[in-house]
Design a binder for this molecule. Structure first.
Ligand code: CP
Ligand code: NVA
Length: 308
């Protein structure tokens, strides 16, 4: 039987991705008003345990996956890779084989995307990408859920990404064709998206436009998306802050987007760097629903991975 890994959005069928989002919406509504620790009806992942391995820091991913397993009636084990024998040179493959004997699924946050792929190849259980240097697929599922929840029809919508063409941007690029939205990306040339991700979009017939100013990217956009200028693992912080400064999302920039355009940011945010407080704390910002929906989207991803 094929193991259902969730490593990236682009390899998945459109219908599977749609079903995951539909389930996320359904399950969120079904528990509206409940206390957060209450188990969903039927405890869909009763008897299942998720292991989470973190090579870098996390707030949302760590807590939302843990609560996701609790709400689904399962359990989770969280560890940092440095606390494992991985940190002393045990191979990724051996670790994957061993964990496959203990738990039902593994979520990994890694510096190097290929390490997650290597783990998945050796594992006999589903593996989920909880962010790598190359992508952040769970985040984008939550983001798309949030936009739908606020009434946006993804098919035909125009989303604008401004700032660094990073891992989160890459997952939006992968998702564009799958959900039928167009993506306008404004980045300085130096921090433009990876050619490999643009090639994937071309292959999938995704509508991606590249610009070298934030103003051009947000013109006519229904949604404006930002992320930190300095991601975990970036070593050129000073240069990034200087080169990316003109790509900050300000009230003036939001004025250039469509009336009522929404603002997304995966968080953590740096007010006064990539986004002004007036925008992220303003009425068109969806960031708190976006953060909450990590939980609901991931519950649906976990159920899809485990076929439950
Ligand atoms: N957005 C996100 O992945 O947040 P954390 O780094 O806190 O998990
Ligand atoms: N691009 C950011 C996202 C954090 C959730 C990073 O990789 O640090």
């Amino acid at each position: 039987m094929t193991i259902r890994h969730f490593l990236d959005i682009w390899p998945l069928e459109q219908a599977e991705l749609r079903a995951i989002l539909d389930e996320a919406h359904r399950a969120k509504k079904a528990r509206a008003g409940w206390s957060k620790g209450r188990i969903d009806l039927g405890a869909p992942l009763d008897g299942h345990t998720l292991a989470m391995i973190f090579e870098k820091a996390s707030t949302r991913t760590r807590f939302s996956f843990d609560m996701a397993m609790r709400q689904l009636g399962g359990s989770s084990i969280t560890t940092s890779s440095g606390d494992m024998q991985l940190g002393r040179g045990e191979t990724i493959e051996d670790t994957a084989r061993v964990l496959s004997r203990y738990v039902d699924a593994v979520m990994i946050r890694a510096n190097d995307h290929t390490d997650i792929e290597t783990f998945a190849e050796a594992a006999s259980i589903p593996v989920i990408n909880g962010l790598s240097d190359r992508s952040h697929p769970c985040q984008i599922m939550a983001d798309l859920m949030t936009l739908e929840e606020h009434g946006l029809t993804l098919k035909g919508a125009r989303l604008a990404w401004v700032g660094d063409g990073n891992n989160v941007c890459a997952s939006f690029i992968h998702a564009a064709a799958k959900f039928g939205f167009s993506l306008a990306i404004g980045t300085p040339q130096r921090y433009a998206p990876d050619e490999d991700d643009l090639d994937i979009a071309t292959e999938l017939q995704g509508r991606i436009e590249l610009f070298e100013t934030a103003e051009e990217a947000v013109a006519g956009a229904d949604v404006v998306i930002a992320d930190t200028f300095v991601s975990m693992g970036d070593l050129d912080a000073e240069r990034r802050l200087e080169i990316l400064e003109p790509f900050a999302v300000t009230d003036e920039l939001m004025e250039l987007a469509n009336g009522g355009a929404k603002f997304l940011h995966c968080l953590p945010a740096h007010r006064g760097e990539e986004v002004d407080a007036e925008v992220i704390d303003g009425p068109d910002s969806l960031v708190w629903d976006e953060a909450e929906n990590r939980l609901h989207a991931q519950k649906a991803i976990l159920r899809w991975c485990l076929g439950k």
